[in-house]
Design a protein around this ligand. Structure first.
Ligand code: NAD
Length: 484
């Protein structure tokens, strides 16, 4: 192991801890090892969950506003270290530095937003059928939360799990993706600096099948909040089922974008192109398949090819670059196999469609595919790369039917100036989110939740906060001496 390389430690019960084995972390834009992270064990998971469980009792007793103060202090630390954090994310994940900076700042804002709920989340007092009785509905924390993370927005997703968990009185054990763990360990250092009570925040890295599975199957974990792929989500449900543990799953997407003949075409092209380019095409909520009205097919396709052609890619730390690499070789192979399959099934590769001949990183060329039909794999499966398949339609009903024909149900979008169609889209497009005349990007005060195989439960806003709460009803009869 080179001395120059960064090394990290587990963070359990307020202490940094070495591990016997390590895992190398690769920079996807040059395939070089950038760090070694601890390969945690089942015993480490056990220690972390036990620490979180012990810490939870006194953490819950703190007034919510005091827990919020810690969240705000972490947000402040994030802002103070924004440059270092953005560079760390960009280096290990491959998103361009500008986007990594947006991710860091958005994360700090998200922490502050969730902290504000401290004085706002409430129970209820319910009317009783009896005289001299109050029925109180309390909202209590669930206990220990396990946050299992993917690699595509690795830093923000820590906050999406931790901030609502903390403000509501839960403690947490985070398991980062082995592709992008460095930012999580940098986060742990900042948490350590704010003096959070021991055991409230823990981080254990290692393989999904061992560390992730042990966490999901742990009897002292009260909620598993997972973001990642559908197959892993299924495994997590299975593991959690053993203890009837609550799961909140944010899974994959295959977002349709419908472009009607009356759409503002430039707006639609720009937003859909960005969907395929942002984070190198690896965003769960971004448009992955586009349905274009037959009458504007030519114009739309030409503009899209032009926009994708103008997209530059390379080292994500360079300011002039629009797009970085895919996360790893398996991702490149997956994208290429879907493109090849589309060709085999009769589609036309109008732009790109190939792995660029360069030996630095896991790059994929911006790609536009035409003559695509609904039955092709490229329309059914998540691509997660800078590839856009275009399907045409004749009627709104046909477009909606094809959009809904998916096992995924995360996000969707439509571009139209027709208020009737926009309103019909709200009701008839069966997805957790529909964006009308705008890019796919959720607000922190909204609710991000997938239908069908895209998930269970959701994140953000009031409803995302409530995921980390359980209700208790208390019946209190008073003045009982008088009644006797
Ligand atoms: P993944 O499912 O491969 O891995 C996610 C995490 O699960 C990793 O930390 C991994 O180590 C862990 N894991 C793997 N096997 C496990 C097991 N058996 N038990 C417990 N944990 C296990 O996903 P990924 O490749 O890291 O991320 C990409 C996927 O995430 C895409 O499908 C994308 O759509 C989805 N995603 C969804 C959202 C959303 O909000 N819905 C957001 C971001 C990413």
């Amino acid at each position: 192991m080179s001395n120059k390389l960064k090394t990290y430690q587990l963070y359990i019960n307020g202490e940094f801890k070495d591990s016997t084995d390590t895992i190398p972390v690769i920079n996807p834009s040059n395939k070089q090892v950038i760090s070694y992270i601890p390969k945690g064990t089942k015993e480490d998971v056990n220690s972390a969950v036990n620490a979180a469980n012990e810490a939870q009792t006194s953490w819950e007793k703190l007034p919510a506003i005091q827990r919020a103060e810690y969240i705000k202090k972490i947000a402040q630390k994030i802002r103070e270290n924004a440059d270092m954090l953005a560079k760390t994310i960009s280096e290990e994940q491959g998103k361009v530095l500008g986007l990594a900076t947006v991710e860091v700042n958005f994360t700090a804002d998200y922490m502050d937003y969730m902290a504000e709920w401290a004085r706002r989340y409430e129970g209820e007092i319910i009317q009783s059928d009896r005289p001299n009785e109050n029925i109180f509905l309390f909202k209590f924390p669930i206990g220990v939360a396990a946050g299992i993370l993917p690699w595509n927005f690795p830093f923000f997703l820590i906050a999406r799990k931790l901030a609502p968990a903390f403000v509501t009185g839960n403690t947490i054990v985070i398991k980062p993706s082995s592709d992008t763990p460095n930012n999580a360990f940098e986060f742990a250092k900042l948490v350590d600096e704010v003096g959070l009570p021991k055991g409230v925040f823990n981080i254990v890295s290692g393989s999904g099948s061992e560390i992730g599975n042990t966490l999901a199957a742990h009897e002292k974990v009260g909620i598993v909040s997972f973001t990642g792929s559908v197959p892993t989500g299924v495994k997590i449900m299975e593991a959690a089922a053993k203890n009837v543990t609550k799961v909140s799953l944010e899974l994959g997407g295959k977002a349709p974008a419908i472009v009607m003949a009356d759409a503002n075409l430039d707006l639609a092209v720009e937003a859909i192109k960005n969907s395929r380019v942002i984070n190198n095409g690896q965003v769960c909520n971004c448009a992955e398949r586009v349905y274009v009205h037959k009458s504007i097919e030519k114009e739309f396709t030409e503009k899209m090819i032009e926009a994708m052609k103008a997209t530059t890619y390379g080292d994500p730390l360079k300011e002039e670059v629009d797009m970085g690499p895919l996360i790893n070789q398996a991702a490149v192979n997956h994208v290429q196999s879907l493109v090849d399959k589309a060709k085999e099934q009769g589609a036309t590769i109008a732009l790109g469609g190939e792995i660029p001949k360069r030996d630095d990183g896991f790059f994929y060329a911006p790609t536009v595919i035409t003559n695509v039909t609904q039955d092709m794999n490229i329309i059914k499966e998540e691509i997660f790369g800078p590839v856009l398949p275009i399907v045409t339609f004749e009627t709104f009903d046909e477009a909606v039917q094809m959009a809904n024909d998916s096992e995924f149900g995360l996000t969707s979008s439509i571009y139209t100036q027709n208020i009737d169609l926009a309103m019909r889209a709200c009701k008839e497009i069966k997805f957790g989110e529909t964006y009308i005349n705008r890019e796919n990007f959720e607000a922190m005060q909204g609710f991000h939740a997938g239908w069908r195989k895209s998930g269970i439960g959701g994140a953000d806003g009031k409803h995302g906060l409530e995921e980390f709460l359980q209700t208790k009803v208390v019946y209190l009869q008073y003045d009982t001496n008088k009644q006797q």
